[in-house]
Ligand binder design. Sequence first.
Ligand code: DGJ
Length: 780
Amino acid sequence: MITINDAVFRLQTENTEYIFRKTKHGHLEHIYYGAKLTSPDIEALAHKRTTQAGSTTVAYDKEDPTYCLDSMCLEWSGIGKGDYRYSPSEIKMPNNSFVSDFVYKSHSEKKSFVPMKELPSARGKDNECQTLSIVLHDKVSDVSLTLIYTVYEKANCITRRVVLENTDASPLVVRRLLSMSLDMPNMGFYLITFDGDWAREAHRNDRFLKPGVFIKESRTGSSGNKNNPGFLLCEEDASEEHGRVYGFNLVYSGNYLSFAELNSHELVRAGVGISPHCFEWTLNQGENLETPEAVITFSDSGFNGLSKNFHSFVNNHIVNEKWQGSDRPILYNSWEPCFFKFSQGKLISLAREAKKMGMELFVLDDGWFEGRNDDNAGLGDYSVNKKKFPFGLGSFAKKIRKMGLGFGIWFEPEMVNENSNLFREHSEYALRLPGSEATLGRNQLVLDLCNPAVRDYIVSSVGKILDETGACYVKWDMNRHISEFYSEHIRSQGEYFHRYILGLYDVLRRIFEPRPNILLESCSSGGNRFDLGMLCFSPQIWTSDCTDPVVRLSIQSGLSYLYPQSAMGAHVSDAPHQQTLRDTPLSTRYNTACFGSLGYELDLRFLSSVEKKEIKEQIAFYKEHRKIFQYGTFERLPLKSSRLKNKTFWLVKGKDETIAGFFQLKSGVGEETDVLRINGLKDDAKYRVTTKSQQLYIKRFGGLVKHILPVTLNPDGFILRMANRFYALKDCVENYECSGKTLAAGIKLNNQFTGRPYNNTTRLLGDYGSSLYTIKKTSD
Ligand code: DGJ
């Protein structure tokens, strides 16, 4: 809800409240952002300025020495009028100075969201959101800046963006224009970011906010895997379940900048927007520049409360309406089992196995087009490899569909190999700086998406294959960072990175809007473009090229602060793992992947019959609980003692059922009791808690089997190896019937194996072991 009274603007969501007001000079002064207040006392909440803030301070108003922009909380602040904090904008104004002073001119309200011209944005039905637009005008030049706020009540999120318009006769040059900035008094903030690189994305990093500016920025051309645009500010003792936390994110897939500054007056400024790295944008008279949307949220119930807001926002306002709440298919992907080496026959036999196990969609990954037998050639050409598919792709897709599976296909449309027909015919389509050699990444060059002819080529060649195959799923890959960003198709090279992303959005729109039934999964070597911009087009994203469950625990935990499970593609692959060589139980690979949009990516041909049986059971379990896994309320359980850093608890909560995942990295001897504690259930209702049964492979006991068998057998001999393929023990299953209150107090789980003989009341987890628990309401 938006209320405006006496120049005070109140933006309310279900649980939060955001207040600012117009000052006597027309600046917008931030008053409060936090938990909802019934009737806020504005004067009491406002940041005080009853004295001048030091003798070096610049006073904006000569009549009022306390009116110093540097020590005020502002909704927007320019440069050159006494505010020395990091400004959300740096503009060379029409008068050639860098001084800007935007003050209130007018405002308007709308009972809906306001769509953007070229950028994707959040959306909501008319009763779900309201928009407030405030026009500010520069005091000297004829330039206006409109601040746009959209309030998403149920999701407790507010989006912010700006539009800069030049009505002055002289041009202006934008060097930096972020989407928002927010000023607040310091609460002893910690700054939390999600960082990494290829195959180790989104690892959580916490740091105490000290004086100075902390900036994280992408310069690779994509939002990137080095750090995610989303970040958090929390008070010192905030935990998963308690404390005040602010979250920030950006609906954008290109270079971004996020910052948090603690200034000398103990004020914190946070902001996010397009990165100013090599950015320069000229606006002539009558032109405007629209920034991507920033998203902010607040929770006073810790990180889990904050994630709940962001998840609801993504599921209901970012993901395209057609896919909101839709069941995501359990897919089988050909990449890890085959890489480039396959024939149609091999794929058909894998697809048959996948179908038998209950999978729903077959995805033909890289390697299907002419010349593409490794990563040196073929990108850019979309004619099918006749050796691999003698009867064409259409006929292959038909065969897959006939088995009862959907057909999905991989593309990497933004790229070209020098060894390709496209490059031989149109080398000018690739990014290159005239007079110099282009830099390769994974042996490929980037296509210039600023060139309309390139965009047309992609739209028609990808579209043709989609229509020929009747694909219902596309994996859209992008495997390298951008270099030599230079194009003859733009006015100024400072526009390059932003124009590239606008080009990408244009292509995605033109391909997928006319084909609304195709589920798009975006990928960029895994999570190199895991952002809200891509999620507007692709309801799910391939989270990481690393499918090792141990690494995935950190990656999926990290992303879960900002994005819901439905958005995370998560697959079970072979062990030992292709990147880490870690050997993990099949159960743990599944137990991690099922907290996302599930898929399998392992060679089904060499599985033992016990493994096949286990996968069948896993898939049946996922189908039974798919809604909870993909859309249930996700929580991370706080694990306080340092020993417990070794363990992870994830929860997904549905209406009458909760599923908990318990994961252990290293096993100890005589471990402490593990406690399953679940808050927020109905105090007096009764719940049945049961461990999901899973297989316990004989080979996990190694030489120990000698001691329990009547005859001595070589643990690595033929008989036991064969037995391991056909026979497995059942892992310990615990059953409890207890109230919601008991669950909040915590169930002490059975002991872990400590070397005494195995019995089925002992939890045999070992290194990288894990279990799932279902908690089902049996009476109210
Ligand atoms: C990188 C992706 O992340 C992988 O899943 C796979 O699609 C390869 N590219 C194919 O080249």
